[in-house]
Design a protein around this ligand. Structure first.
Ligand SMILES: Cc1cc2nc3c(=O)[nH]c(=O)nc-3n(C[C@H](O)[C@H](O)[C@H](O)COP(=O)(O)OP(=O)(O)OC[C@H]3O[C@@H](n4cnc5c(N)ncnc54)[C@H](O)[C@@H]3O)c2cc1C
Length: 554
């Protein structure tokens, strides 16, 4: 009982926070997509992860890791360089959890379906905390690219796939598990890495890990500098090559990587991103001389998958928060969720979130089945499409979901207001690993090129054929695509094409693994033009209640 002298009012009509909720159980879109790609799949692990990662305990770790950001220690108190980043214990708890769940290099040591399973878990984990997934994602992506140096792979692969997290800056031989990052971007150019000026001089061509170089130069963005090793690009005689650069050398000494400062970022606060200089740092060549861009892009295409998965996870999280809030908050005599205009906003976001989940998971399936020539072509086309379109939609959805919470959406209160964290994270996935224009241009290249087992454009047409005849608007867009691809003479329309390919593929997936009311509403609004410029402009007659019920988080 509070004293009447100190009480000015009762607090009421304020929603309860969304905690202790099973992130997987209520995610119908994800469950149906998984059932389509992996029929008969056992859901026990996902249900357990969903429950754990949606718990108050783990959400508290996420909040603490974000409100106590990493700190750089360049020197010890005696003046020696140490180049260390110190993290809050909750960061390490989250890393232990993500590595333990096998979200990093583990799928590469497992059988069919492992990349799809990992994609689902990655999306769920994103709802817990997205920024620590940066080193996790890079570790996942590095493995195929590292194979071009079989000696390094022999020593490192087992530890990249191990479920043990060990944050110590010690030689890899002393660690049960390791993480890796990548360094491409320099001050004068990130998208155009051919402008890299960092130089590598081969000093020992026949070392136990192959050609050893001394690398001098810098990287303007170097995320997760506490990773155990990095793939970097550097110019050598013969062109731009890819190198493996460990933080600690096999003899136990610290490699000459100087962390200049940590980036002061809009979001992604739990993760450290840095600027570094290399002072004749030791590195070992991976792949052929002068083929560095192609080599490191093997890694880049997989981190692009994670940008799509991560954004789809963030969208789902933002939508869940909006649904949960509006189901409790009253305004003008009704729950917000029952107000007709709000229903339209929520249903429209639910459609977008489900379509993002479907597309991201479809790309994961293509990566999972790389030995199938058709899937290899789908991977080529869907990587830029999914990265471009899902990430573009993420920021808009994040803003709209925040608005559903009214002023509370904009307030963080010591990190407890998660919506602001989601909103700040969204643009990052769009920028890094190839910003929007770069993805649209990459799609053009893909569609104009051939591949093993036919052309990318033919594969795309075959994929879309699975949904033919179910919706006139879909048929019109799918029919027109081949001619548009042929007629495209310059790059000006690259984004329009990427957008339309994304929408067509999303529709074809919804046709296959979502109820008809989802497919119909998606086609009518996104492909039939019966839609406005903002969320909440679905046409009258849309199955608003069914879309909302399907998306409810609990
Ligand atoms: C938080 C964070 C962490 C990062 N971590 C890493 C990391 O660990 N390792 C790493 O290597 N990099 C990292 N990056 C860098 C990131 O990958 C680059 O910022 C990104 O690739 C863009 O490069 P840039 O900044 O040089 O921009 P630019 O290349 O200058 O591009 C600017 C804009 O121009 C557009 N553009 C470029 N070329 C064309 C063209 N031909 N036609 C039309 N438009 C074009 C781009 O789409 C973009 O919108 C990180 C970035 C951030 C924000």
């Amino acid at each position: 009982m509070t004293s009447s002298h100190t009480t000015t009012h009762d607090v009421f009509n304020q929603p309860k926070p969304l905690v202790d909720v099973n992130l997987y159980a209520g995610n119908r879109a994800l469950r149906d997509a998984l059932a389509f790609h992996l029929p008969g799949r056992d859901e026990a692990t996902s249900l357990a992860q969903g429950e754990r990662w949606g718990s108050l305990e783990w959400q508290t770790h996420a909040r603490l890791a974000n409100t106590h950001p990493p700190r750089l220690q360049t020197h010890d108190r005696f003046g020696h360089r140490i180049d260390r980043v110190e993290f809050h214990p909750s960061y390490h708890a989250l890393m232990t959890e993500a590595v333990g769940a096998g979200l990093h290099g583990r799928p590469w040591s497992r059988g069919p379906g492992a990349h799809i399973e990992r994609a689902a878990a990655f999306m769920l984990f994103t709802e817990l905390e997205p920024s620590i997934l940066c080193p996790i994602s890079m570790t996942y992506a590095v493995t195929p690219a590292l194979r071009a140096n079989d000696k390094v792979t022999e020593d490192w692969f087992g530890k990249l796939a191990s479920t043990a997290y060990d944050p110590r800056l010690v030689p890899f031989t002393d660690k049960p598990g390791v993480t890796m990052g990548m360094g491409m971007t320099e001050k004068q150019g990130g998208s155009d890495v051919r402008a890299n000026t960092t130089r590598a001089v081969i000093v020992e061509p026949g070392s136990p890990w192959g050609a050893r170089a001394e690398v001098t130069g810098h990287k303007w963005f170097f995320s997760a500098p506490m990773c155990d090793a990095f793939l970097i690009l550097a110019q050598e005689e013969g062109g731009l090559s890819c190198f493996f650069l460990p933080r600690v050398l096999p003899d136990g000494t610290l490699n000459a990587v100087r962390i200049q400062r940590l980036k002061d970022k809009l979001g992604n606060h739990a993760n450290a991103s840095s600027e570094v200089e290399f002072h004749a740092a030791n590195a070992w060549r991976v792949g052929e001389v002068g083929r560095g861009v192609a080599q490191i892009l093997e890694m880049g295409t997989l981190t692009r998958l994670d940008c799509a998965l991560g954004t789809a996870g963030l969208m789902r999280h933002a939508l869940s928060l909006a649904l949960h809030h509006t189901a409790q908050r009253m305004a003008f005599g009704k729950r917000l969720i029952d107000q007709p205009v709000m229903k339209n906003v929520l249903a429209d976001m639910a459609l977008e979130s489900e379509a993002a989940t479907a597309l991201a998971l479809r790309l994961a399936r293509a990566i999972d089945r790389q030995d199938d020539p058709f899937e290899a072509l789908m991977r080529r086309v869907l990587t830029p499409v999914a990265k471009f379109w899902i990430c573009k939609r993420g920021s808009l959805l994040g803003q709209e979901a925040m608005e559903c919470l009214g002023g509370n959406g904009y307030v963080e209160e010591a990190g407890e207001g998660v919506m602001a964290r989601i909103y700040r994270e969204m643009p990052l996935n769009s920028i890094w690993e190839g910003a929007g224009n770069i993805m649209a241009l990459d799609l053009l290249r893909a569609l104009r090129g051939g591949g093993k087992g036919g052309s990318v454009a033919e594969a795309l047409a075959a994929e879309l054929a699975t949904a033919r005849g179910a919706n006139a608007a879909f048929d019109r867009v799918a029919d027109a695509l081949p001619a548009r691809i042929d007629a495209m003479v310059d790059e000006t329309e690259a984004r329009r094409l990427a957008l339309d390919v994304a929408l067509a593929v999303q529709a074809s997936l919804l046709r296959r693994h979502a109820p008809d009311f989802v497919f119909d509403a998606f086609c009518r609004s996104r492909l039939g033009g019966d839609w406005g410029q903002a969320f909440g402009t679905l046409p009258a007659g849309t199955a608003f209640d069914a879309l909302i019920a399907r998306a409810m988080p609990t």
